[in-house]
Ligand binder design. Structure first.
Ligand code: ADP
Ligand code: MG
Length: 232
């Protein structure tokens, strides 16, 4: 256990949205180890998305430290946090945030255009890796040139997963990416995502309000239990 490296370490975190009169998050500690597959659960409004945005360096806490692989990201200037995120973190947004006028393949390759590290992490050509991921995620070759705005929600979700996985980021954070799918499709999507994460030793932090999914994961963190402020 002691040899395990920490992927995400949070200490004494306090976060308050500007103009809100009380803290949303007050968390004394979260430790997530490399390769773990974590299910972060909490009711709507409890601060799950805010916490993911803090971990990804999109937001900065009012107090406390957020270490990603030993680096205190909240002390980095904004441009370095952005660089850190594109190099090390794959983010699957709730609304996917794909680029609608680009093709499936172009969307998946985007992180490798923005980050040399992501490109260099792949042993072979990134285009081949993109195609391999798309195939494994059940997106067949005949649609790779389609614009993503022409796709179903389920297909867009799998493109977002491929985009997050390419270039072997250290961590994938996923913000309720399955909320618009029925239960069976949620579980099958999760299985593919987890298989890919474990193949490349990527730590997965997956957020949902649906406790039924918890059994698929190696560990569950309940936000209401670790947050000393009470919300949601
Ligand atoms: P969850 O993802 O668990 O549903 P969020 O992190 O999205 O929760 O939101 C938690 C609370 O934070 C919301 O109820 C709202 O009060 C506040 N909040 C979220 N986003 C913003 C924002 N952009 N500006 C101000 N307050 C916000
Ligand atoms: Mg949310």
């Amino acid at each position: 256990m002691e040899d395990r490296k920490l992927a995400i370490q949070i200490e004494n975190l306090i976060y308050k949205w500007p103009k809100q009169n009380r803290n949303l998050l007050n968390i004394s500690s979260i430790n997530i180890y490399e390769g773990e597959q974590i299910f972060l659960v909490g009711p709507s409004g409890s601060g799950k998305s805010t916490l993911l945005n803090l971990i990804a360096g999109i937001l900065v806490p009012n107090q406390g430290t957020i270490k990603i692989r030993g680096i205190v990201i909240n002390e980095l200037p904004g441009y370095k946090r952005d660089l850190y995120r594109v190099n090390h973190i794959g983010f699957i947004f709730q609304q996917f945030n794909l680029i609608p006028y680009l093709s499936i393949e172009e969307n998946v390759l985007l992180p490798c255009l923005l980050s040399c590290r992501r490109e260099q992490n792949e042993p072979g050509p990134v285009k081949e890796k993109a195609r391999q991921l798309l195939e494994e995620l059940d997106l067949p070759q005949d649609i790779w040139n389609k614009k993503v705005r022409q796709l179903s929600i389920g297909q867009q979700q799998r493109v977002a997963a491929a985009r997050a996985l390419i270039g072997r980021p250290d961590i994938i954070v996923a913000d309720e990416p399955t909320s618009s799918l029925d239960y069976d499709r949620r579980v099958s999507f999760l299985k593919v995502l987890m298989k890919q994460c474990s193949q490349q030793n990527t730590t997965l932090l997956f957020v949902s309000h649906d406790l039924n999914l918890a059994s698929q994961f190696s560990r569950t963190i309940n936000l209401t239990e670790i947050n000393s402020e009470c919300h949601g």
